[in-house]
Design a protein around this ligand. Structure first.
Ligand code: ADP
Length: 219
């Protein structure tokens, strides 16, 4: 994924756009307020003053070609809902939308948002988890050059035991869990004799480079 459109450059949109730009994404930011655009323009490649509730504006700016769009408009709920609706209508594959309340969240889902972000709730849940589990390695997914990846079991993995795949010795990849297609349950830290079935998803801790290699050889 490369192109991301950020609708609304308030606090949330600005920090998201700045970080994605640093990570090498092609970011388009837009806001109805000139001052918000002014503030973001040195940190985000393309910033535009525009009303995102107007379908024409979204089309003219090429938002339809984005891989994902993030609606960060919060307080103006009508604008948030209209924008989300328009983004799905013009065919944006992945639309993330920010909610400020549970009601807002429910309606966003109804108008087609793929993923809801509820920063206050998400932060509160994450803080509660952190307080309850002080030893949890929150930084794990962000270790440089490593990541946690999902991989649907390629056809030549199916019917094989993890021992036979030997991902750890061949690629330096650790299998953390398997989401089993049959039962839709997560098997954490599966043993070497665990046999993969069609549709199972592997959750892997891996160096980014190793994942690329694995994707090349896995059929
Ligand atoms: P915050 O980021 O503090 O939560 P808001 O939730 O109110 O602020 O809105 C985020 C940003 O979305 C603001 O900068 C606002 O100007 C912008 N915005 C609101 N309505 C529109 C719209 N129709 N088109 C584009 N941007 C909008």
């Amino acid at each position: 994924m490369k192109r991301v459109a950020i609708i609304g450059l308030g606090n949330f949109g600005y920090y998201l756009g700045r970080e994605l730009s640093r990570q090498g994404f092609d970011v388009l930011g837009l806001d109805i307020r000139k001052d918000a655009v002014q503030h973001a323009k040195n940190d985000i490649a393309v910033t535009v003053v525009a009303d995102a509730t107007e379908k024409e504006n979204l089309l003219n700016l090429g938002v339809a070609e984005a891989d994902a769009a993030v609606v960060t408009i919060g307080t103006n709920m009508l604008a948030s809902l209209l924008t989300t609706f328009m983004l799905k209508e013009i065919g944006v594959a992945k639309v993330y939308a920010k909610a400020l309340s549970e009601e807002h969240e429910r309606i966003l889902k109804r108008v087609g948002a793929d993923t809801i972000l509820f920063p206050e709730k998400d932060m509160a849940m994450s803080l509660a988890r952190r307080l309850a589990n002080p030893n949890m390695l929150e930084y794990l997914p962000f270790i440089e050059d490593h990541g946690i990846f999902e991989l649907e079991a390629p056809s030549d993995f199916v019917g094989k035991a993890l021992r036979d795949l030997d991902l750890i010795n061949r690629f330096g990849i650790q299998v953390l869990a398997v989401r089993q297609a049959v039962s839709n349950t997560l098997k954490f830290i599966p043993k070497a004799d665990f046999v993969l079935r069609t549709g199972d998803t592997l959750i892997l801790l891996a160096p980014n480079k190793a994942m690329k290699e694995l994707n090349k050889v896995a059929g």
